[in-house]
Design a protein around this ligand. Structure first.
Ligand code: AMP
Length: 554
């Protein structure tokens, strides 16, 4: 029997794993310690030894700030010069560096590590939790990503799975998973339109979906891949650090340990303030002043204050909601309900904003932290053939097109096109006896192609000779139901289709993936060699042969 397929929500802040059983019941799998979600935090202990993942990593974050990484989902598949990466780098206690290809990586000690490698540790931990809970090995998973993730970010997520020894059988949009979890237990014959408002730790997604006879159709998706609860925390940290500097001249921004403690306290205060109107922040011995005297933070914080500090963050959900409604050609009144997903939707001002935009009280169904993993597990049931025909129709999150001239962008597939989708375009040579044509593909919404994301390039060479304009090349672009892109260019008179290459401009190469796996094995055996014999408190992920690595693009 093929192994079970896990449903994994690989979150910015927390991750969660669920499975579906033979009777179609979805269960969230808890760790041996009883935790139903795992913090997406990975730490390399300063003294060496095993990599820590989840709560043990979070617990030692304050004393090992520079080697404890969190919220790296924001770096996945991104360039270091990206604005959002620069923003993250400003307050992250760990170092964000540029890989040789410009991708944003993290520097731990003297090793540069990709966000894929960091994510693979979280995936391995979830896999170990699942194997312990199920009592059987698991090698396959469905992993969710924000609907807004582009092809590079999706591929990077697959690579993280490969490094973790998991075959990622599908990448599923988070809001789609959430709708599936809600819809799975409320089948109706009527067509229902629903909105999924997902504000998590690092990303914001809004999706408009239609559900009918067990068929889920994404009508439109939008959002902001750089907005989430971390921004609320960051704003609070900045305000508090400014206030402390004004009063004491102590610059906490230069003190990673203090900053880590302050960040934790701010997040805790935010959570408390989502049910209370005021709370106390108490951080004894947070830092030392110029005279070496200890500085103790003791301050009352109110929900009103935090709301005022974060008004700009809250305002950023408005435009994506309105644009997505317009893309789906529906009005708020057409929606039967709006589902809340993501821990940050517990914040009262967020709920009030959703109600204002959509004109109705949002539904708070299942636990907003678990609903995505549960939907992914439900989808595993569909993929694995356990379900009686529920189907998913997904859409492209961005316009896909080609570069024309120096800066122009010609859209071939409009965003929110239903998948699978195909586009064709004919090109003619522009000079006599032209030897080759080269077509550059981009995705994004800007008319200026330089502001969009380059996907790759298709080059068809060996063209037959002929006057300018006489040789015609047909470009064929398909995006399959899993958002995987295939591009071919064909010269029409000869039918020649050779010489086609699609070069992604970032991400990990196969060689880098293999290097990470071997390095991890070396590090593990080094850690095992130095571990005391009775070190029974360290949980070790079972090691097993990794599945063969598929060549990219298969
Ligand atoms: P997620 O990515 O869905 O796990 O969302 C995590 C985000 O939700 C983090 O920024 C948390 O600080 C935030 N969060 C979790 N619980 C609460 C709460 N009760 N009130 C406000 N924010 C919360």
């Amino acid at each position: 029997m093929a192994s079970r397929i896990l449903g994994i929500d690989l979150g910015t802040t927390n991750s969660c794993v669920a499975v579906i059983d033979d009777r179609g019941t979805v269960t969230v799998l808890a760790s041996p310690e009883g935790e139903r979600t795992t913090p997406s935090v990975v730490a390399w202990p300063a003294a060496g030894g095993d990599v820590l993942v989840g709560t043990p990593a979070r617990r030692q974050a304050v004393s090992n700030a520079a080697q404890t990484v969190f919220a790296t989902k924001r770096l996945v598949g991104r360039k270091v010069n990206n604005d959002d990466v620069a923003l993250a780098a400003r307050t992250a206690p760990y170092r964000i560096v540029a890989a040789a290809n410009g991708d944003a990586w993290v520097r731990i000690g003297n090793v540069n590590r990709s966000p894929q490698e960091v994510a693979s540790h979280v995936l391995r931990r979830l896999r170990a939790i699942a194997e312990a809970a199920l009592g059987e090995p698991v090698t396959r998973a469905i992993v969710t990503v924000p609907a807004y993730f582009d092809e590079h970010q999706r591929q990077a997520t697959r690579d993280a799975g490969t490094i973790a020894g998991l075959d990622v059988v599908r990448i599923l949009n988070e809001p789609t998973a959430a709708a599936l979890a809600y819809g799975a237990h409320r089948v109706s014959d009527r067509r229902r339109l629903i909105g999924v408002f997902d504000l998590g730790g690092g990303t914001f997604d809004i999706s408009i979906m239609s559900v009918e006879n067990g068929i889920f159709e994404v009508l439109a998706t939008g959002g902001d891949s750089a907005l989430g609860g971390e921004d609320w925390d960051r704003r609070m940290v900045e305000r508090m650090a400014d206030e402390i500097f004004d009063k004491t001249r102590i610059d906490l921004m230069q003190n990673p340990v203090a900053l880590g403690r302050l960040r934790e306290a701010c997040e805790a205060a935010k959570k408390a303030l989502s049910s209370e109107r005021e709370t106390w922040m108490r951080l004894p011995f947070l830092a030392q002043d110029q005279d070496g005297q200890p500085f103790n933070l003791e301050r009352k914080l109110t929900r009103d204050e935090v709301e005022a500090w974060t008004a700009a963050e809250l305002a950023r959900v408005d435009a994506p909601c309105r644009r997505t409604l317009a893309d789906a050609r529906v009005t708020p009144a057409d929606l039967e309900e709006v589902l809340l997903v993501g821990g940050m939707t517990r914040w009262p001002a967020v709920q009030a904003t959703v109600e204002r935009i959509f004109g109705k009280k949002p539904s708070k169904g299942a636990n907003p932290d678990e609903v995505v993993a549960m939907g992914a597990a439900a989808y595993a049931g569909i993929v694995g053939g356990d379900d009686d025909g529920a189907a998913l129709l997904d859409v492209t999150p961005h316009d896909i097109g080609i570069k024309v001239g120096e800066t122009g962008f010609s859209v071939l597939i409009a965003r929110n096109s239903m998948l699978p989708v195909r586009a064709r375009k004919l090109f003619a040579t522009t000079s006599a006896d032209q030897k080759f044509v080269s077509i550059e593909l981009y995705q994004g919404e800007h008319a200026d192609v330089r502001k969009n994301r380059r996907l790759g390039q298709v080059t068809l060479d060996g063209l037959p000779p002929g006057p300018a304009g006489s040789i015609r090349v047909e470009l064929n672009l398909t995006v399959d139901v899993e958002s995987i892109m295939n591009v071919t260019a064909r010269e029409l008179s000869t039918g020649k289709e050779a010489g086609v290459t699609l070069r992604p401009s970032g991400g990990l190469t196969q060689r880098e993936i293999v290097e990470i796996i071997s390095r991890r094995r070396e590090e593990e055996s080094a850690a095992a060699a130095t571990r005391p014999i009775d070190g029974g408190t360290l949980t070790r992920v079972p090691t097993r042969e990794l599945p063969p690595i598929k060549p990219r693009g298969e």
